[in-house]
Design a protein around this ligand. Structure first.
Ligand SMILES: [Fe+2]
Length: 388
């Protein structure tokens, strides 16, 4: 007799969001409704160049609200950048933040908000539920189909002294609203599309096998995998426009809803350690690690990985667990390869002797807690070596 096990109690949090064509032009309504006086507009120079900042600035100006632009943000947003942004916010007497861009400006904007209100250094919020007071109103406009910082309770900030990425996790970090418009994907290049798309795939995989998953996050995660598998390569080919881009934006959103509530796992813990140490692209690190992590985790939770295999388009009928595991890791490697990510960590500058330090840092990352298999330092070292 199969023993009955009740559904575990889980909370699901998401901001109000507008999804679809025209979402970006709805900003003026949100800022008018909030009755704010001055906005800190957080972005990066790539987004300014892409033209999305002008689209947003016009709406702010037309609404009769003043703003100050902060665009001094690195691809891996740094602690000192958060502190500079919060100084500008306070000096300029802002009362709201709007973030436009990929994960970097949005994570930085979340950090700026909590620093301003709590009057503490950003590093004091590292970990889970370490933020006493919420930041000011925050509206996010994502321009990539990957990070989902616009709807998540995560902010990842580089500690420039320790060279580690701090995972700051709290429901307080969920923005007040997200305006998710697939049109913004049209200015991404092929490399960024591939890296952010593979990041979204990892979000869905890790959320689905997470110890904190729920039927609600599962639903979102599986659909996200299907959408990303069926659209990422085609989106790269079509230059970020049309149906494939729309589907990738949806896939990214669903993966974000899943991981924001179920958290992540060993891939993100290892990618944070590596990305912080060598200042590498987050999505690229994730993409390289995923197949190795699946190989490592599979036996801990085979039923769920079999569901993921089906979502990746594999007919698992009649296959043994080993065959399914191999087919799944091969399908991930194929997607990674076709999207243009074709190298290992040695080509990104990692040296073998640096692996033990990275493994140590990955072990203390908040994301490792929900990985379905408890990892020892030696396991993580082997995974870095396998992706070398
Ligand atoms: Fe990620």
């Amino acid at each position: 007799m199969i023993e009955y096990s009740p559904i575990p109690l889980r909370k699901f949090v998401a901001p109000e969001f507008l999804f679809g064509s025209g979402a970006i032009s709805m900003l003026s309504r949100y800022i008018k409704n909030l009755g704010v006086k001055k906005i800190l507009l957080v972005t990066d120079l790539g987004i300014v160049k892409a033209g999305w900042v002008s689209v947003v600035e016009k709406q702010i100006k037309d609404s009769g609200i003043s703003h100050v632009l902060f665009s001094g943000i690195s691809p891996n947003p740094r602690d000192d950048e958060v502190m500079i942004g919060s100084e500008i916010y306070q000096k300029e007497s802002c009362d709201m933040i709007v973030a436009v861009g990929g994960g970097s400006p949005m994570d930085c904007a979340k950090g700026i908000g909590i620093v301003c209100i709590n009057k503490k250094h950003i590093s004091e919020f590292e970990g889970v539920d370490k933020i006493p007071l919420p930041g000011p109103p925050l509206v996010c406009i994502p321009t990539t189909s990957g990070t989902s910082a616009d709807i998540s309770q995560f902010s990842i900030i580089l500690d420039s002294v320790r060279k580690v990425k701090m995972a700051i996790v709290s429901k307080i970090l969920v923005p007040d609203a997200a305006l998710i418009d697939p049109i913004t994907l049209s200015t991404m290049d092929a490399k960024l599309t591939a890296e952010t798309g593979m990041d979204a795939l990892v979000h869905a995989f890790e959320a689905y096998v997470s110890n904190a998953s729920s039927p609600i996050t599962d639903l979102n995660a599986l659909r996200a995998v299907e959408l990303i598998r069926n659209n990422l390569v085609q989106m790269i080919k079509s230059g970020g426009k049309g149906e494939h881009a729309d589907n990738m934006m949806l896939g990214s959103l669903l993966a974000g809803l899943a991981f924001s509530n179920a958290s992540l796992g060993i891939v993100h813990a290892m990618a944070h350690a590596l990305g912080g140490f060598l200042d590498l692209s987050h999505g690229e690190c994730n993409a390289i690690l995923l197949e190795h992590a699946v190989n490592y985790n599979y036996e801990s939770i085979p039923g769920k990985y079999n569901d993921l295999a089906k979502a990746m388009g594999i007919d698992i009928n009649g296959m043994t667990y080993t065959q399914i595991k191999n087919a799944l890791t091969e399908s991930i490697a194929e997607l990674r390869y076709k999207s243009g990510i074709r190298h290992g960590f040695s080509e990104l500058g990692l040296k073998k002797e640096e692996i033990p330090l990275l493994a140590e840092n990955a072990l203390s990352d908040a994301c490792i807690v929900t990985n379905p298999r408890e990892a020892a330092k030696s396991d993580i070292e082997e995974l870095y070596a396998a992706a070398f």
